[in-house]
Design a protein around this ligand. Sequence first.
Ligand SMILES: Nc1nc2c(ncn2[C@@H]2O[C@H](COP(=O)(O)OP(=O)(O)OP(=O)(O)O)[C@@H](O)[C@H]2O)c(=O)[nH]1
Ligand SMILES: [Mg+2]
Length: 319
Amino acid sequence: MLDALLQRFRQHDRLALSRLLSLVSRGENRDEILAAVGAPSKPSRVVALTGAGGVGKSTLIGKLIEHYRGKGQTVAVLACDPQSPLSGGALLGDRFRMPVQPDEGVFIRSLAAVSGRGAVADHLAAMVRVLEAFGFDIILIETAGAGQGDTAAHELADVLVLLLQPEAGDDLQWEKAGVMEVADVVAVHKADLPGAERAAGQVRSALDLVMGGELVPVVRVSSRSGDGVAELAQTIDARPLRRHARAADAEDLIRRAQETVAVRVAALQRARSEPLNRLLVEWQKGSVPPGEAANALLRILADAEANRADRTQSGVTQV
Ligand SMILES: Nc1nc2c(ncn2[C@@H]2O[C@H](COP(=O)(O)OP(=O)(O)OP(=O)(O)O)[C@@H](O)[C@H]2O)c(=O)[nH]1
Ligand SMILES: [Mg+2]
């Protein structure tokens, strides 16, 4: 059943994509699915949009979808709603507020928050990897932020966009100061409203304080008039792909390699790999020293990967 799904996924079947996302969003068969979908043929640009309720995240995402589709890029959206985990209404509302024609190049998925912050981040990360393996150019994540989860979004995304809006007659509220520190781009949204310019100025000076002068772009944008949407997209596109940049760091490389090994070993255990079982028996007897056991394990993993690559080449088209 899972094998059939994975096969259809590799043939670019969107229903299979949808089913696999449901599984990993519940943490079911996650390691196995991640191991099977494998590394993406090219990285997606993962953009998280965060900001207080009603700041216009969904509406702006709709505009960004139009922008990227206009450039021929494919877009996936993950809309999270930690504020109303029990009701699907808000999520459907979100979909409604993303005024885009469904087409083959757009995939929108709403998800209610899973309880526990770590779990949300884990499941989201897994969903992003599945969407990336499917081949989307852009992955947009809407996270309703009361600060919580924003650092997780920072980890997960290449670019974290913080949305603020002009406050009527008042100074901007700075309860989001913590988020300011992790934002890669600040968008002053609803720039058609009065006070947008002043708000942008305030953000600029607050950022200079927080970041000690490191340049975080501030963009004024209105989804209502469309002004600034293209500029925001260009600003997003100009940011480095952080998830990949991080891998230049040796510690990060080691951590990621460990994760990959863990995922692949789990998949082999589930597949009841004979060579792995033999090694484990020897290991339990204490008859192999750790260094040798590690080498043997790496050889088993390399063989399994080579077999998998063979099967993929002879069987189905890679996406
Ligand atoms: N004036 C103005 N209003 C906007 C703009 N974009 C969105 N809105 C309005 O802002 C309200 C909230 O928009 P949403 O896109 O639902 O905001 P959200 O941040 O996704 O909200 P939650 O998902 O509930 O956190 C709606 O009534 C929109 O019509 C804009 O550019 N200008
Ligand atoms: Mg929304």
